[in-house]
Design a protein around this ligand. Sequence first.
Ligand code: AMP
Ligand code: ZN
Length: 469
Amino acid sequence: MAPFRLYNTLSRTIEPFAPADGTTVRLYTCGPTVYNPAHLGNFRTFLFEDLMRRALRLRGWQVEQVMNLTDVDDKIIVRAAQQGKTIREITDPVVEGFHADRRYLRIEDAEHYPRATAYIPEMIALVERLVANGVAYQAEDGSVYFAIGKFPAYGRLSRLETREIQSGARVAQDEYAKENAQDFALWKAAKPEDEACGAAWESPWGRGRPGWHLECSAMAMAILGETLDIHAGAVDLIFPHHEDEIAQSEAATGQPFARCWCHGEFLLTDGTKMAKRVGNVQNVADLRANGVSGAAVRHFVFSTHYRKQLNLSAEALEGSIEAVRRLRDFADRLATATGGTAALEEAAEGLETAVRAAMADDLDAPAAVAALFEFVRAANRELDRGGSEAGPLTRAREVFAVVDGVLDLIPEPVQAEADLAAWVEARLAARREARARRDFGTADAIRDELTARGIVIEDAGGTTRWKVG
Ligand code: AMP
Ligand code: ZN
C-alpha cells in the first residue's frame, strides 16, 4: 500500500505521514473566535479538517481531535465593550450557532472543544515555564512578552528572513504582519475594559489575560501532549499565529510541537479573501435558510483541492446542488435494486481503490469526487442492464457506504426535493431574464435543460408552473 502523504508546511514538501504511536492521530485544529458567526470561509477550513479526520480514519487510524473555541481575545473584548456585555454573554450564543452550522455541514464532532477561558491556569503555567527558561520577560507595560531573539528557530515555519526579526521591539496586538516580527505578548496586563467585561484573571504578573497564540499552545499540550501529530488551520495562521505557537511550546518543552503542519487555502468571493472586515462574507445560516443542503456545500468545497484557492459563485453552488441531487437519486436506486452484474462489482472495486488512493495523496478530494461520479455513471449503466446477482450489489452498496463515510455528499431525501426546487426556480429565473432580453435561443436551451431533467413546465397567464414529469 502506498504511504499516506500530506503536505507539511514546515518542509514545504509532501511527506509520508503516520501517527507517532502507530494508532492514534493527535490532531489540533485552530477553532473559531466566537464573537460573530463563522462564515463560509472559516468553514472551508473546518471542512478540510473534517475531510482530514475522515481520511485518517479510512486509513485505519483513530483520531483524537481538539478544536479550541477562542472565547477571550482582542476582538471579543471590543465587541463586549460596544454592547456593554461580558465576554461570556457575547460568546455563549455564538458557540451554540457554531455547532448548529457545523452540524448542518455534517462536520463530525471533534473529541474536544476546549474554551480558552477554561484553561487559564495551564496558560499561566506555560508562561511561568518560559520565564524560568529565560525566553519571556515582563515589560514596563506590565505584560509578559516572548523574546524571539532567544529562540533561534523563530521564523522556520513562515520562512522569515533573519533580517526581518526585530528582537527587543514589541507588539501587543495578536494579529500583525511579517514586517512586525517582534517580541509578542504572552500575557497581557489587564486594562479597565478587560476588567469591565470579565476578561481579567490573577497571575504572578498581576491581573491580566492570555494572548491568543498562548491559548492554543496551552490547550493543545494540556489535552494532546507536548508533540502533536498534526496541527492544522488556514494559511493566514502560518504567521504569526503558528510561528508563535511553535516558539512558545518548543521553548518550554524542548520538544517539536507538531510533526506535521497543514494549511488550507482561502475561500474567496469575487477574487478577494472572504473576511468579516472586507464585508464579503457568506453566512452559513443564510445558505441553510435558502434551502441549500449541507451536502451541496460539501460538494462545492471538496471539488477543489484544499491547497488551492476556491472562489464562491452562484453557478458553482448551483452545480453542486444539482450534482448531489444525482447522488441522492443514485443512492435510492442502489438501495432498491434487486441484483447487479459482475461489471457493477468491478466498478465498485475501482471506486474504492481510487478513493483510498486519492485520500492518501494529500487529501485529493477532487479526485475522489470525480471517481464517485464516474462510478455512478457506470453503476447506472449496469443497473439499467438489470443484473440479478446479489454479491455484486452487496459489494456496490458496501463501497458506496465507505465512500459516503468520507465525503458525505448525499442530501436527505426532503432536502433533495428542496434542492431540486431551488435549482428549477433558479433556471426559470434565468429563462425569464433571457426572454426579457429577447434571447429566445438561451430561453429555449434552458427549457430543454429542464426537460432533460424530467421537469415539465407550463407557461400560463404570465407565470410559469413546473412539476416533475
Ligand atoms: P477566526 O474565527 O477568524 O479565528 O478563523 C477561524 C479559522 O478560519 C482560521 O483557521 C482562519 O484562518 C480561517 N479562515 C478565515 N477566513 C478564511 C477564508 N476566507 N477562507 C478559509 N479559511 C479562512
Ligand atoms: Zn490556534
